[in-house]
Write a protein that binds this ligand. Structure first.
Ligand SMILES: Cc1cc2nc3c(=O)[nH]c(=O)nc-3n(C[C@H](O)[C@H](O)[C@H](O)COP(=O)(O)OP(=O)(O)OC[C@H]3O[C@@H](n4cnc5c(N)ncnc54)[C@H](O)[C@@H]3O)c2cc1C
Length: 464
């Protein structure tokens, strides 16, 4: 039997990236995967959603073509089936890319279900049920997390659905209730509404995209409502009656109980970790708030067994899973990496307008006791945004008044998911507002809004 340095269970952005980095560092690696290489992210998450969102963007652009001086004769309609099949082709291509990368890095791929059977052994049950055993000096659990089920929102996969079904419906629903308005719920709400489904978005908390800065959340809510979407905040779904043709969704709102009818209900209330049948109990691996408990190097309480990505209590994002995977194997290989600073994790929501943020929200910065200098620059004052016909949005930057350090950045508008990387670097380098103002940004770009928002924080804004 080969003794691997590292065996990784799960090939999502946590697992496959950890595997490649480990191989780069000269370790002998195997990855065990029971479904598609690339995990949820490539197959049923980040990538297919972005493909569908692009289709929605194209459709919206065409609807506004005349604003740009382009007249379109004839009819144009969203072809739902083609949008879905395009997204599947994109996802399959990415999954094949992972297969290529694993092979290129001489990583063994074992297709089957992995289970930890000892401190240094992983049992693999292949798709035909045959069992084999892998021996490993280090075992990394990277099994991810599928969509969470609430007791009053049990998914039947047809009328009450989760993310996977929402990415692969046979036909476009006429109406849809989406429960949960985090990044994923809001992205589906935007997509389905843009292609003509009547969407009702229900959020338990007072604002949609509740993790975002309040001003950003309110702006997205306004934009959704302006486009005709029904948005119910401070509201909760009490029950869903699926006995008739349409689902009857009972929703408790601040104004009282409402019944909304819809073809389908999408539960987008979060995720629950894949920790069943992994052998955790037998080995005494400790959990914390339902997920696997790890130290700063992602080691569980059992030495030699690690966990990364959506199965631990860190932000459930692909780039976080990858960063954790890299750090985990660098530590295993004897390097001295720096622990991840979880205050510098960017978050993006790919609706239209897009949202992107990093660091403290205004509320969190105030609660942390900082005195603030806040600068805001609206897209209405940006030449590039005007030229692009994308004047909805703003950049809001939060600086520490004492030392000038950038504490947080919150943006809504076209292209902000690309702009946010600048703020991540700025946060990592503890960049000050004055340094941001003096960093010359190219004209005309949306990125000038970052320089101008910094200038606004210091009373030096030019274009307002
Ligand atoms: C609809 C949607 C959209 C999203 N969009 C974004 C986005 O835009 N940006 C972003 O950063 N994040 C996004 N996410 C979140 C992102 O997909 C996850 O954070 C990321 O995939 C987590 O990576 P992971 O490696 O921890 O696990 P996963 O990607 O979930 O991979 C885990 C893998 O482990 C396999 N597995 C599980 N158990 C076993 C076992 N016992 N044996 C063998 N294999 C096993 C699974 O089959 C799976 O392939 C989105 C998620 C969803 C659902």
């Amino acid at each position: 039997m080969v003794n691997y340095d590292v065996v990784i269970i799960g090939s999502g952005p946590g697992g496959y990236v950890a595997a490649i980095r480990a191989a780069q560092l000269g370790l002998k690696v195997a990855v065990v995967e029971r479904e598609n290489l690339g995990g949820i992210c490539l197959n049923w998450g980040c990538i297919p959603t972005k493909s569908l969102l692009k289709s929605a963007n194209v459709f919206e652009y065409i609807q506004h073509a005349s604003d740009y001086g382009v007249s379109i004769d004839g009819t144009y309609n969203p072809d739902f089936g083609k949008m879905i099949s395009r997204s599947r082709v994109v996802a399959d291509g990415m999954s094949k890319g992972v297969q290529f990368l694993l092979k290129k890095n001489k990583i063994d791929t074992k297709i089957g279900t992995g289970k930890v059977t000892g401190k240094k052994t992983v049992e693999v049950t292949d798709l035909q049920g045959a069992k084999s055993e892998l021996s490993a000096s280090h075992i990394i659990l990277a099994t991810g997390a599928p969509s969470k089920e609430l007791p009053n929102l049990k998914q039947d996969g047809i009328k009450i659905i989760g993310y996977r079904q929402a990415l692969n419906l046979k036909s476009k629903p006429t109406s849809m209730v989406i429960v949960g308005s985090g990044a994923i719920g809001s992205e589906f709400a935007y997509f389905y509404h843009a292609i003509g489904t009547q969407v009702t978005l229900v959020e338990f908390l007072p604002t949609i995209v509740p993790l975002e800065d309040e001003e950003v959340s309110k702006t997205l809510e306004k934009s959704f409502k302006k486009s005709g979407m029904t948005v119910l905040t401070s509201s909760s779904v009490e029950s869903v009656d699926t006995s008739g043709n349409l689902c009857k969704v009972k929703i408790k709102t601040p104004k009282g109980e409402e019944i909304h009818e819809a073809d389908v209900v999408l539960s987008a209330v979060g995720i629950s970790p894949n920790i069943e049948n992994l052998g955790l109990e037998e080995l005494g691996i400790e959990l914390e708030k339902g997920k696997i408990k790890v130290d700063s190097w992602y080691q569980t309480n059992v030495p030699g067994i690690y966990a990364i990505g959506d199965i631990i209590n860190t932000p459930a994002l692909a780039h976080v899973a990858s960063a954790e995977g890299i750090l985990c194997v660098e530590k295993i290989a004897g390097l001295t990496p720096t622990p991840i600073n979880y205050k510098n994790i960017p978050g993006c929501t790919y609706t239209s307008p897009e949202i992107a943020s990093v660091g403290y929200t205004e509320k969190a910065a105030r609660e942390a006791g900082y005195d603030l200098r806040i600068g805001k620059f609206p897209y209405t004052a940006s030449g590039k945004a005007s030229a692009a016909g994308a004047k909805d949005g703003f950049v809001k930057l939060i600086y520490d008044a004492k030392y000038g350090e950038l504490l947080g950045g919150h943006m809504i508008g076209a292209n902000v998911t690309e702009l946010v990387a600048e703020l991540v670097v700025a946060r990592n380098l503890e960049t000050t507002g004055l340094e941001m103002i003096k960093s010359i940004h190219p004209h005309p770009t949306m990125s000038e809004a970052i320089m101008e928002a910094s200038a606004a924080a210091y009373g030096e804004v030019i274009h307002l």
